[in-house]
Ligand binder design. Structure first.
Ligand code: AP5
Ligand code: MG
Length: 218
């Protein structure tokens, strides 16, 4: 059976950074509801129109919308494709929905990895974040600048973009949402004995190695 995991942690914890690396190195597929919603907003689809203002305010999009996006993506994947859930589930209702979605497809969760971080440091991480407008490679004003200024390391493109919700004020709302609605779902998975906590303040390679140590025996 495929290895399915959840990466859990507040905004800027490094979920996307680590998921991208696991995709490249392990052939896992990252299912990020944030990325799916941003694509929907960009496309101007009905889901995007509903989600845009909610995301810009840093609040949570409805459980029904995100769970149906995840269900659709799971249906496109074979049961043998290992999946990283990034930014989903974020509420108790989404955790229930994920259980049902997985069960219906003969899948199950192997690990929930929580990236433990210092929220104040995350504000710096998030407000400094930018990505290549062409390939999506992630950068940071302080921690990871392109090797050649103004040129993407991965694809050579020269345009970069920042997320509209990556400002200090919205970040505070996103963190409050995490504390109020997402952190409380951890005990559901703790009761199943599948939670591992990792120091998300360590450098990116160390976080990666710690995740590998969890996944390797699987
Ligand atoms: P989403 O896109 O999921 O955003 P988020 O949870 O706020 O998380 P981020 O993507 O900001 O952070 P990350 O943990 O991926 O960090 P990253 O690796 O980029 O959601 C956005 C919005 O969509 C939500 O607010 C909500 O409105 C909506 N939404 C999404 N899913 C939903 C759901 N399930 N239900 C309802 N609504 C939903 O790293 C951040 C920065 O730090 C980068 O610059 C990176 O280079 C740097 N960095 C990473 N790791 C390290 C490290 N170890 N050391 C130093 N720097 C690091
Ligand atoms: Mg992310």
């Amino acid at each position: 059976m495929a290895l399915d995991i959840i990466l859990l942690g507040p905004p800027g914890a490094g979920k996307g950074t680590q998921a991208t690396r696991l995709e490249a190195e392990r052939g896992m597929v990252q299912l990020s509801t944030g990325d799916m919603l941003r694509a929907a907003v960009k496309a101007g689809s009905p889901v995007g129109l509903q989600a845009k203002a909610v995301m810009e305010a840093g609040e949570l999009v409805s459980d029904e919308i995100v769970s149906s996006l995840i269900g659709e993506r799971l249906d496109e994947l074979g049961v043998d494709t290992p999946v990283i859930f990034d930014g989903y589930p974020r509420t108790a209702a989404q955790a229930d929905a994920l259980d049902a979605l997985l069960k219906a497809r003969g899948r199950h969760l192997d690990h929930v990895i929580e990236l433990e971080v210092d929220e104040e440091a995350l504000v710096t991480r998030i407000t400094g974040r930018f990505t290549c407008a062409n390939c999506g490679e992630g950068y940071h004003d302080q921690f990871k600048l392109p090797l050649v200024p103004g040129t993407c390391d991965r694809c050579g493109h020269h345009e970069f973009k920042r997320r509209p919700d990556d400002n200090a004020e919205t970040v505070r709302t996103r963190m409050a949402e995490y504390r109020a609605k997402t952190a409380p779902i951890l005990p559901i998975y703790e009761a199943r004995g599948i939670v591992t906590r990792i120091d998300g303040m360590a450098d990116m390679d160390s976080v990666h190695d710690a995740i590998e140590a969890v996944l390797a025996p699987a």
